[in-house]
Design a protein around this ligand. Sequence first.
Ligand code: SF4
Length: 688
Amino acid sequence: YRAWEVKRVRTTCPHCATGCQYDLIVKDNKIVDVEGADGPSNHNMVCVKGRSGSFDFVDHPDRVRHPLIKNKETGEFEQATWEEALDYVAKKFTELRDTYGGDSLAGFACARSANEDIYMLQKMVRTAFHTNNTDNCARVCHAPTVAGLATTLGSGAMTNTIEDITQKSDLILLVGSNPEHAHPVLGMQIRRAVHKGTKLIVVDPRDIDLAHAADVHLKLTPGTNVAFANGMMNIILSEGLEDRKFIDERTENFEEMKKVIDKYPAEKVAEICHVDVDKLIEAAKMYASAKNAAIIYCLGVTEHHTGTEGVMSLSNLAMITGNFGRPGCGVNPIRGQNNVQGACDMGASPDQFPGYQKLSAPGVLEKFEKAWGTKLNPKEGTKATECFGKMLTKEIRGLFIFGEDPVRTDPDTAHVIKALKNLDFLVMDELFLTETAKMADVVLPGRSYAEKEGTFSNTERRVQRIRKAVEIEGETREDIWIFTEIMNRMGYPQPHLTSAQVMDEVASVTPSFAGISHARLDSEEVAGRGLQWPCTAKDHPGTPIMHVGKFSRGLGLCNPIEYIPSMELPDEEYPMKMMTGRVLYHYNACAMTDKTEGLNEISGHSFIEINTEDAERIGIKDGDRVKVSSRRGSIETTANVSGKTNPGECWMPFHFLDGGANWLTSDALDSISSTPEYKVCAVKIENT
Ligand code: SF4
C-alpha cells in the first residue's frame, strides 16, 4: 500500500502475552495488513497468529452488531435496542440481588480485553452486584503462579524481562512450556539465544521442537514437576553447588526445606519422573553452574492439582542457586492470553482488589468503600471454577460473562453446560455468538481491541497501549460504557469515563500503578516501551527486574514441598494419561483466530498425538479416526501417530469444536488456587 492511501495505528497484539507491538494498516476504515514494530518484547517480529489472525475477525460477518435478547418461547435471539437490553439486564440482576443477596450473582472478566475494561467490570460486580464473585481466566491457567510466587517472593509475577532473558542468560531452564507454538515470538528469541550459545534445558513430556535444540531434554511423565524440582535441588546440595551466601542473606526456612529435599535422591526422582538419572544429574549441574540461569515456565507447571506447589518448587530451585535480582535469571511464568496479567492486576479476583490488595488486609475494604463511595460486601468471593458447583445448587443464579467461553475452555464440558443451564439469568458481553453466548439470555455487543483505546499488560508486567483503528458497522458499544450503564441502572450512579480517565482512577487506588497513565505511555519519555509495574510515582521509570537486593516480601521463603501424584491416574479401564495444550495457528477457543480462513486451512480440526507403540497395540494408524473416552465423556478425533509423546501418554489441543478435548478433562482442582488439572486425566483410545 502506498503511504498516503493508508493510516498506521500502533497497537499491541491481542493473542498471546508476549505483547508484540505492531502497526495496523488501515485503508478506508478497514484493516488490510499488520506490520511488526520495534517493541521491547518483539523487535519487529510477529508470528503467524499476529500477522494473519489479528484483523479478519474485527469486521467479520459473524460479529454480533446489535443487542440480542432470547425469546423464551422460541429459544431464538431477537434484536433489541440498547435501552431494552440494558433495562432488562439491570432489572433481572437487581431482582436477583435484592431477593437472594449479592452473592447470588457473579461476573467473569475477559483476559483478552483492556485493563480499563477489566477494572470497570470488577467495579460493577463489587458495587452494583454487591458481591466479590468476580474472577478471570487466570483461574484456569496461572492462578497457581499468583498464589505460589506471592507466597515465596511476595509478588506473583514474572521477575525479569524477555529481552534480558533472551540476551543475557547463560542458561534457560524451560519447564512445561512450548513457546514456539504458544508464544512464538518469545520462542523465536529463545532459539536465537541458543544459536548464540545460551544453554537450554527442556523439561517437557513431549518432543517439542525446542527440545531438539536443547542441551538436555528431560521427557518426564506429566504430573511430576514437584519431584523433578526436589531432585534437582537434592543433586545441587549433594554436589555443594548451592549459593550459600544468597541462602544465608536473602532467604528463610532453608533448613526446614532441606529436610524434605533430602527425601528425593536422584535415583528415586528419576524413577518417579521416568527420566534417565544421568540426564537429571547433568541438568542439575548445568543449571547450578550457570552464572545467570533463567527459569521459564508455563501451564505444564500450573495446570495440575499441585500447580501452586509446582510453582513454589521452581522458586525454591532459583532461590538456592541465587538466581534472582540480576538480568538473565529469575522465575518467569509466561502468561497465556494477551492480558491475563492485566486481568489479575486489575482486581478481577474474588479475594483481591486491583494491584493484589487483599480484601482481608487491614484497611483495604474501607479504602475502596471511600474511593467508590459505597458500602461493599466484605465476604470473599467464589473462584470461577467453584462457581459452576454453586450454579448447580442455586447459590449462584445470575452470571455476567465478559468475553470468555467456558463451554469450550473449562474442564468437563458436560458439567459446565449443566451448571450454566441451571442459572436464572446469563448475560454475555461478546464479539461473537460463541458456544457459551448461545446459552445466554442477553448478548451485549462489545468492541474488539482494534475499536477502542486502552492498555494491555504483557507477561513481563509491561503496560502497553492499544489504540482505536476502525469503527465497524452496527451498534456495538465500548465495554466501559456498557458496565457504566448497568451500574447506573442498578442504583450505583457513575459518570461515563474515557479509557484514559479509568486508568487515572486505577492509578489513584493502586500503588503499583500510581505512575501509569495514557498520557505517560504516549509520551516521548516512555518512547513506546510501555511501563512495567511496580511504577509507584509519575516520575518512576517502572521495574524491569524485580527482587533486586530484597524480595517483595523481605526474605525469600524456601517452602518444603512433598510430591503428590496426579488425581486421576491410568487404570485398567482408562489406561492412558492425556495432556492438553495449544497449536501454533490458533488461540484458545479460536473465537478470533478461526475467522481467518488461511489458519483454518492449515489447522482446522482436532487431533490426538499417540505414541507409535500405543497405536500398534490399539491397532490404529496415523490419520485414523479414533474414539477417546474418559470418565466424563467421549469424543471422536483423528490419530496423529509419532514418538512425540511417551508410550502410555497422549496429547490433544483444546482449541477445536469438533472433538473438543474438554469433554474429557478432569475438574480436579489445585488445592490452593482451584486451577483445574488439565495436564493429566485418564483416557482410553479405541478404533472407531
Ligand atoms: Fe501476537 Fe504472541 Fe504472536 Fe506476538 S507472539 S504476534 S503477541 S500471538
